[in-house]
Design a protein around this ligand. Structure first.
Ligand code: G2I
Length: 555
């Protein structure tokens, strides 16, 4: 029995005994257990939860720390592929894959073998093997590799991605030179070399019921009828935000009903960048659906994410402009998707908010900026960051967010009184109570050496608007590189900007010149940019603009 399964059994047993001790219907008298890792939570449900990894990442210590403690299973993301393991005919090399397998074993993690036969990452010599030799070459490769790892991998992805979207066979070198039978031959060779490993057919876009998954279904059913050794189907699940197939659970179930195991083998859920809160929430819901579909089918044995952090995802290099597909961000912070997975796996949701942060102190006040610091909050799990609000009467408006217990406010209006309060938040988005308020007044405008014309026009039908902004350098010195900062007063959001790039963490927008319009000549030089935005209710113009930290007059 795997360590994960032992852990799961032990927990279930302990909970059962406590239930008995507490009497019928009583809640177990267990102290709040520390939130378990995804691997441990899944193990308690009789499943694994794992991650793919790759050799270059293993020199990243914080990465390895999470990889080896959070996950019950590892998939070797690249270095078990043919390109690495038999780069020249008859010359085998497992050193990189061994490194990962050894790491996993020393941490009690299961290993999925990926993959023995695939048309991709195939060394070019294989394409030149004569037709009548390729079956022998394929069998030899499988036999050699599966023998090397015998007893060390729980599953083999024996054949990967052999079908087209319309359900026909992909015309790979194996298909063309060996014919339809190559897949069955591959499974026979794998069984002979490692009778203990479960043998999987693995593919993408087979998560829902469609022509491709039908073709895989028909193939594996005929394998079972013919006694060709196969144990499972791997659904890769490289999914798109908001597009978890509605037939996922039903599809898993139909393979299970054939007597096969199913694994979700390469899960990630990509979005158009940049991330925002709404997309993060959708992604969390998508991950929850996938986990719940697997939990609902006994023979769905586990889930593997295709690496766990956005730092090492394959998505941005293959789908430009997309990414943020994994449950940890590129700085190893847990995203809402992580918590959705953990909760679906039975974790006790964190409902405890952080403690109230200290009253901020303000320093370095200029006409448009102020630095704030406050005493940090504490949290039972961890403080994820702080929200910084401007208080006006009974309304607190979010100005910006900060990961640390300090921030610098920019884009403030000169000669204006501000009351600022902060609240801490944790990764489960619990908000602390509100700190005390600090009050300060910005300095009068330095006179300014810039002028801004801001012209917004709302679209018919409401909700959208287009703004044209022009900046005039009224000072005697040319400007090389500029950022213009303003704060929207009514929740407006920029959705698209031209002739400048922007960030908008909350109400405050920073627009930065494009490569070609960073220079603004002295004494009246001008540059402009524009953007589309959204609003609800009214769309009042911003009342202050700061260019490179200095307030501008408004034309
Ligand atoms: O493409 C995503 C996955 C789809 N299913 C099968 C998986 O095996 C596949 O994994 C990816 C790896 O995550 C990538 O890391 O397979 C890609 C190749 O098809 C891998 O990309 C390759 C790059 O193309 C190479 O340039 C690079 O040298 O990774 C190599 C190692 O980093």
């Amino acid at each position: 029995m795997s360590p994960q399964r032992q852990f799961g059994r032990a927990c279930a047993l302990a909970a059962g005994l406590l239930l008995i001790a507490a009497g019928l219907g009583g809640a177990p008298a267990m102290a709040d257990p520390a939130p378990g890792s995804l691997g441990a939570l899944a193990a308690a449900k009789g499943k694994f939860f794992g991650s793919a990894t790759d050799n270059p990442e293993l020199s990243d210590a914080p990465y390895v720390q999470i990889l080896t403690t959070e996950f019950g299973q590892i998939t070797v993301g690249n270095t078990m592929k043919w390109q690495y393991t038999e780069p020249a005919r008859g010359q085998f090399n497992y050193s990189q894959a061994d490194t990962i397998v050894n790491l996993a074993q020393s941490n009690g993690q299961l290993v999925r073998g990926h993959t023995l036969v695939w048309h991709n990452q195939l060394p070019s010599w294989v394409n030149s093997v004569p037709n009548n030799e390729l079956l022998g070459v394929m069998r030899n490769h499988i036999t050699h590799e599966a023998t090397h790892f015998r007893g060390k991998v729980i599953h083999w992805d024996v054949v990967n991605e052999a079908f087209e979207e319309n359900g026909t066979r992909r015309q790979t070198v194996f298909q063309q030179k060996i014919g339809d039978s190559y897949i069955a031959e591959a499974f026979r060779a794998a069984r002979a070399a490692d009778p203990g490993a479960k043998l999987y057919y693995n593919d993408y876009n087979i998560e829902g019921i469609n022509a491709k998954s039908d073709a895989v279904y028909n193939m594996v059913r005929s394998f079972l009828q013919q006694g060709i050794p196969i144990d499972g189907v791997g659904m890769q699940a490289h999914l798109i935000l908001g597009q978890v197939p509605s037939s996922l659970q039903q599809n898993i179930q139909r393979f299970a009903d054939l007597g096969l195991d199913v694994a979700i083998t390469e899960l990630d859920i990509r979005m158009n960048l940049p991330r925002d809160t709404a997309k993060d929430m959708q992604q969390a819901d998508d991950y929850r659906r996938v986990v719940n579909a697997c939990l609902a089918v006994t023979r769905c044995v586990g889930i593997t994410v295709w690496d766990y952090t956005d730092k090492y995802s394959w998505i941005p290099s293959v789908f430009p402009g997309q990414g943020a597909a994994l449950p940890y961000d590129e700085n190893f912070n847990k995203k809402p998707a992580y918590h959705a997975i953990a909760n679906a796996l039975g974790a006790t949701p964190d409902t405890t908010p952080p403690s109230t942060p200290g009253t901020p102190s303000a320093s370095g006040i200029t006409s448009s900026t102020a630095s704030l610091m406050w005493t940090a909050s504490t949290d039972n799990v961890g403080v994820a960051g702080y929200n910084i609000y401007r208080r006006q009467g009974t309304t607190d408006t979010l100005l910006t967010q900060s990961n640390a217990n300090s921030t610098t406010l920019t884009g403030l209006t000169p000669n204006t009184q501000y009351q600022i309060v902060v609240r801490a938040r944790d990764a489960a988005n619990n908000l602390s109570a509100t700190s005390g308020a600090v009050t300060f007044t910005t300095l009068p405008s330095a006179g300014g050496s810039c002028r801004v014309a801001y012209r917004a026009s709302n679209w018919g039908g409401g909700g959208g608007f287009t703004a044209e902004v022009s900046i005039t350098n009224t000072g005697p010195t040319a400007i090389n590189g500029w950022s213009l900062v303003w704060t929207f007063g009514n929740g407006q959001r920029v959705s698209y900007m031209w002739n400048a790039s922007y960030t908008q963490p909350a109400a405050t927008v920073t627009a930065t010149n494009a490569s070609y319009n960073g220079s603004i000549g002295a004494n009246g030089g001008t540059q402009s940019f524009g953007f589309n935005g959204t609003f609800s209710g009214g769309n009042p113009n911003p009342t202050a603009f700061a260019l490179n930290g200095t307030n501008c007059t408004i034309a």
